[in-house]
Structures are given as C-alpha cells and as structure tokens.
Ligand binder design. Structure first.
Ligand SMILES: Cc1cc2nc3c(=O)[nH]c(=O)nc-3n(C[C@H](O)[C@H](O)[C@H](O)COP(=O)(O)OP(=O)(O)OC[C@H]3O[C@@H](n4cnc5c(N)ncnc54)[C@H](O)[C@@H]3O)c2cc1C
Length: 490
C-alpha cells in the first residue's frame, strides 16, 4: 500500500509503456499529466508516433496477463473487437532452424491484433482515471532541474509553438526508441549513460491482406524462421490473423539480405524463404495495403542503474530504456513489466529521499533483463551483426558453445513436449530465461520422448480446406538446420 503520495507526476509518451505507466501512477500521485506529441485517435487508426504500428504485433501471454491485472477486461475487449487468442505452440505452424515444430497442446498463448487496436483498447481504459490529464500534440523538449534532481519538463505545443514548464516530483520518459534522454541528461550535467547495442540490421516489410473466409478463426499463425547455421543473413516471414478478417504479413531479414522494397517483390521474397508456404497462402489473397517498411529493430539497452548517482525525480522505461529486435515479440510485454514494477516499487512509498529513484530504476532494469538477454544473445550470432556491448553474457563467451547449446534447445523444443513447454514459458516471458539451464530442462532434453522429424508444415486437412490449399502444394521443407535458440515469432 502506498503510504505517501506524489503530488504531480508527468509521463512523456502515450504509447504502450507511457499509457500503462500513467495508469499505475494515477494510484500513487494526486495528479498525472501525460505529454504526447501526436493526436491520439478515437478509433484503431495508425499514428505517426508509433511507426511500428503498421507491422505484425503479438502480445505474449505474460504481457497480456499483466495488462489484464492492471486493466481487467482488456483481453475480452480485444477479443470482442476481433483480436485472436492463439494457443502456443498448438496454433502456430513454424519452421525453426531445426525443422518444423510439432503442434503440441497449448501451454501458453498470445494475443494477435493490429497494433492500433491493441493501443486503443489499452489506452481507452488506462487513461480514464479522473486524475490523469493528457496533453496531446505536445512535445517534451527538455528536463528541468540539475544532476541531482529533475524538477519537471519543458513542453512545446506543436500548433502554437508555445513552451511551458511543467513542475513535477516525478518525470517518466516513455518516448520510445527516439528518446532524447541522453541529450537531456547531458544538459543537466549527468555523466553519460552506458549503453549496449546489438544490431543485426533487422528490417521489416509488411502488407495487410484479406484472408480467405474462416482463415482468421480456423487457421493457425505461420512463421518461417531463418536458418542460422548457414552463416548467411537471416530471412523470415510471418502470417498473423488479425481483426477484420485480415492477415498481416511481415517479411524481414538481417543485415546483408535484401528486403522487398516494392509490392512486386513481396511474394517472390516470401516464396524464397526456407519454405514457400507463405507465398502459397497469399497467392489468391487480396492485398489491402501498400508495402510498409521499418528499420528500427536494433537491441539497445541503457544502464541508468550503473551510474553512481541517478537524478531523483526521473525514471525511464519501455523502449526508451530497452528496445529489442521485435522479431521476438517482447516489447509490449516488457512495457507491462516496467509498469507493474513501477506499481510495486511505488507501493512501498513515494520516492522522497535521495537515491529512491535509483532504487526504482534498478528494479525496472531487472524487469527487462530476461527479454534483453533472450534477444541480444540470439542476434549477436547473425552475420554482419554490429555489437557495441559490455554485457559479459554477450561478449567474452565461447560463441561455438553458445550456438551448440542453442541448437540443442531448439531441436528439443520442437520435438520433445516437456522441452517445448519450458521453452514456450521462457519465450512468452512466463518463466525466467535461466530455466533453459535448469536440471528440469536438461532432463527434458535428454530423456523426454522425441517425436519424429516433420517433413512438411503440419496443417490439418481441415485447415488446408479453409485456405483452399491442396496438401501437395506444400513442398517439403528444405533441410532444417541449426537455429541459435528458440525460433523468433514476433
Ligand atoms: C517493427 C516492429 C515490430 C514490433 N513488434 C512487436 C511485437 O510483435 N510484440 C511486441 O510486444 N512488441 C513489438 N514491438 C515493440 C513495441 O512496438 C514497443 O516495445 C512498444 O510500443 C513499447 O514502446 P514504448 O511505449 O516504450 O515506445 P513507443 O511505442 O515508441 O512510443 C513512444 C511514444 O512517445 C511519443 N513521443 C516520442 N517523442 C516524444 C516527445 N518528445 N514528446 C512527447 N511524446 C513523444 C510518441 O509519439 C509515441 O506515442 C515492435 C517494434 C517494432 C519496431
């Protein structure tokens, strides 16, 4: 229970991290002001400040549960609006670097919807508390205070250009990958933050399609992952069923591969993946949008916790703090983990004394450590990956040994039910990454019953009928080889 309350808290950014943080803060502060550069749409519409919103988004069960706890009824509202709840691994047909995954009974789930629908559904509930004010078309331009304490923020009205100083006893930066926090801190005289970057050069190309009738409710998601063993740039593709009877199809690659840059190149790229099933599915599907691209996919982590002194009155969370290669689908769940951590820490009392903010910031850093290491330790082994990192779990380790272990994990996860369950728990962020080194997992890998290797995508006859595909068009998979770690799905 909160014993003391903040007078005024300001949240910068009203995407997933800022919205959830503002909702939590409303319990611990007299008033909360949210500062957002965009106008926030009243319907599920794309907006400029969330450019990634045009690409495939999956909300893992860990994030979905945390959001449901904060905002009861969110899942039902999403499902009522057409979002899809997929059981994992059952409702996913996926080709990993080690071959096709058996569709074992679901042990976890993910919610699939367009990003604008996910944002709208969360925002409509999260920002309704009476003590929250949202300043739209307003941009944060600077922090006020000094290296010891942030006392507020200078904001600029986008339309009039007028600048105003907002005083606050807590400012939270949730402005995403484009955050100017490092410059703001430098202006206050705070020593430079340490930063790790693991950048596999991932790029996304996405189009929306009208799915065949029934395909968004009675057909699984499809994922084709890269074959990391060949030491070539990775190439990936996903088909996700979303609201409106649509498929969102995202194709992606790592640095060195060429992504489609025109609509004409979309299907050929999909056909050239390690299995052509995505192109087969799209052959007669009606495209609803042009091709959208994105190159904002590096893993990047700031370490405020490593500073000797962090300014009181300031916290950073969401993508501003740690951004991941989106292929793993961990960003929104991490935003939820940040918000829940903030709630827990503020529940012990409002930060009032020197060092309180540092303590909370450390806890937030710990909450995003698992998704960080899952993504960064996988991406670091892609050819052409640019690494500027000091995390000892990433640099200075035996790469061959890591790759061998990762291969063994994937091989077991796709064919051994007990191993699959543990990997699914870890990938959905419901179990710590350390579970992959546990005796339980090692035992499952060694002694679990290994199912036979699958030679083609494991669709049922009924599923093939839904999309009008004959089993013979499903060309047997290219020989699956080693993938370093669990298959990306985001
Ligand atoms: C291509 C792609 C695909 C992704 N797919 C997935 C997925 O499948 N699953 C998943 O969980 N995550 C995914 N992510 C990650 C996910 O989008 C983010 O982790 C999530 O949006 C949380 O980010 P955020 O709220 O911290 O920042 P953002 O979503 O980047 O939002 C920042 C907000 O701050 C506002 N803003 C920026 N600067 C200012 C300023 N100076 N003043 C005021 N407002 C400002 C912006 O307008 C915006 O509203 C994906 C990301 C990308 C790039």
């Amino acid at each position: 229970m909160t014993t003391t309350r903040l007078a005024h808290a300001v949240v910068l950014g009203a995407s997933m991290a800022g919205t959830l943080a503002a909702h939590v803060l409303a319990r611990h502060a007299e008033t909360v002001t949210v500062v957002e550069r965009d106008e926030l749409p009243e319907e599920a519409r794309h907006r400029k400040g969330v450019p990634q919103g045009r690409h495939a988004h999956l909300l893992w069960s860990n994030g979905a549960r945390l959001i449901e706890d904060l905002l009861p009824g969110t899942t039902d509202r999403l499902l009522a609006a057409g979002a899809r709840r997929l059981g994992f691994p059952e409702d996913l047909v996926t080709l990993t670097g080690q071959g096709w995954q058996h569709r074992f009974p679901a042990t976890q789930f993910a919610l699939l919807a367009s990003r604008p629908l996910l944002d709208l559904t969360v925002r409509q509930e999260a920002l309704t508390r009476r003590n929250i004010t949202v300043l739209q078309r307003t941009e944060a331009v600077d922090l006020t205070g000094d290296a010891g304490r942030v006392t507020g923020v200078v904001v600029r009205d986008i339309d009039s250009g007028r600048r105003t100083a907002l005083e606050a006893d807590l400012v939270i930066d949730a402005t995403g990958r484009g955050s100017r926090l490092k410059q703001w801190l430098a202006a206050l005289g705070v020593p430079a933050l340490e930063e790790d970057v693991v950048d596999a050069g991932v790029a996304y190309a996405t189009r929306f399609f009208q799915a065949p009738p029934g395909a968004t409710t009675r057909f699984p998601a499809v994922n084709i992952a890269a074959d990391d063993n060949v030491r070539e740039p990775g190439r990936f593709g996903v088909v996700y069923p979303i609201e409106g009877g649509r498929w969102i199809v995202t194709l992606s690659c790592t640095r060195g591969a060429r992504l489609p840059s025109t609509e004409e190149e979309f299907l050929p790229f999909a056909r050239d993946l390690r299995h052509p099933v995505i192109a087969d599915l799209l052959r007669d599907a009606e495209p609803l949008t042009p091709l959208y691209g994105s190159r904002s996919a590096a893993n990047r982590r700031l370490y405020p916790e490593r500073l000797d002194r962090w300014p009181d009155g300031l916290l950073v969370l969401g993508d501003s703090l740690t951004a991941f290669n989106p292929i793993y689908g961990h960003g929104m769940s991490s935003a939820a983990r940040c918000a829940v951590t903030l709630d827990r820490e503020l529940g012990q009392g409002a930060p009032s004394g020197p060092g309180d903010g540092h303590r909370i910031q450390k806890a937030i850093g710990a909450a995003v450590d698992d998704p960080w290491i899952l993504a960064a330790s996988k991406d670091i082994d892609y050819v052409n990956c640019r690494v500027d990192a000091t995390d000892p779990r990433l640099v200075g380790v035996d790469t061959e040994q890591r790759l061998r272990f990762a291969d063994a994990i994937t091989a077991a996860s796709i064919r051994v039910p007990e191993a699959s369950e543990i990997v699914t728990d870890v990938m959905s962020l419901n179990a710590p990454q350390s579970e992959l080194g546990s005796n339980r997992f090692l035992l499952a890998m060694r002694t679990g019953e290994r199912r036979p290797e699958l030679t083609a995508p494991p669709f049922s006859a009924e599923e093939l009928a839904v999309v009008g595909l004959d089993a013979s068009v499903l060309t047997p998979a290219a020989a699956g080889s080693a993938a370093a770690g669990p298959a990306p799905v985001g």
